[in-house]
Design a protein around this ligand. Structure first.
Ligand code: SF4
Length: 205
């Protein structure tokens, strides 16, 4: 059993209360959901999918810690962000803190979307990570299901990267805004010189 297969709850206990363990962050993305969005990549995923786009996100060890308040302020400090997307890694392992972030940005008028490797049915079951249903209650859009290479969709107009994944729109106001293409690429040059490449099937490099 790889270290990453250890019960995620044990390693999640190392995250201080009110904080998130993140892998990356970018403002004003147009390829991770409707409109212009902040994107938060969470650290930690136990699935180890074949051809995962972000294998550096698998480890549950502490990467970049940020408090709920600081992350919320960061998202809201950019007036061009009309929403936020949680990606991964697996966002739902950190559902309690993400629920608090979602509440704070929604009060300010932003919409909230999340990717997950779990199915919605699993997240609504007794086997879901803690606070999954509280996070779902805050979401405007959920895209569920892990990437399955054998079911890959190579369509420039597709919202998902493999056909097992489903787009759940909980906010009817966004139903006519499902127009981002999963095959486009953005390159963000950060102030510290680092680069984030995102958008190609939701990848972070
Ligand atoms: S669920 Fe997503 S982040 Fe996790 S291993 Fe699979 S493709 Fe990678």
């Amino acid at each position: 059993m790889s270290k990453n297969k250890i019960n995620p709850y044990l390693q999640l206990l190392e995250i201080p209360p009110g904080h998130l363990n993140t892998m990356g962050y970018v403002d004003e993305s147009e390829v991770n959901g409707p409109g212009s969005r902040a994107v938060v990549w969470l650290q930690g995923c136990q699935r180890e999918c074949e051809q995962c786009f972000n294998p550096d996100s698998w480890s549950f060890e502490i990467n970049q810690l940020i408090s709920v308040d600081r992350l919320s302020e960061k998202i809201l400090s950019n007036p061009n962000n009309t929403g936020v997307t949680f990606s991964g890694g697996e966002p739902f392992w950190q559902a309690p803190a993400l629920t608090e972030v979602a509440k704070k940005v929604k009060v300010a008028g932003l919409n909230v979307m999340s990717f997950t490797g779990f199915t919605l049915e699993r997240l609504q079951s007794e086997y879901a990570p803690a606070s999954s249903q509280e996070l779902i209650a805050q979401l405007d859009i959920l895209i569920d299901g892990a990437f399955v290479p054998a079911l890959a969709v190579n369509d420039p107009n597709s919202l998902v990267s493999s056909s097992n994944q489903k787009v759940h729109v909980f906010n009817s106001k966004l139903e006519d805004k499902l127009d981002w293409a999963s095959d486009q690429i953005e390159i963000h040059i950060l102030k510290d010189g680092n680069r984030i490449i995102t958008g190609f099937r939701g990848s972070l490099d």
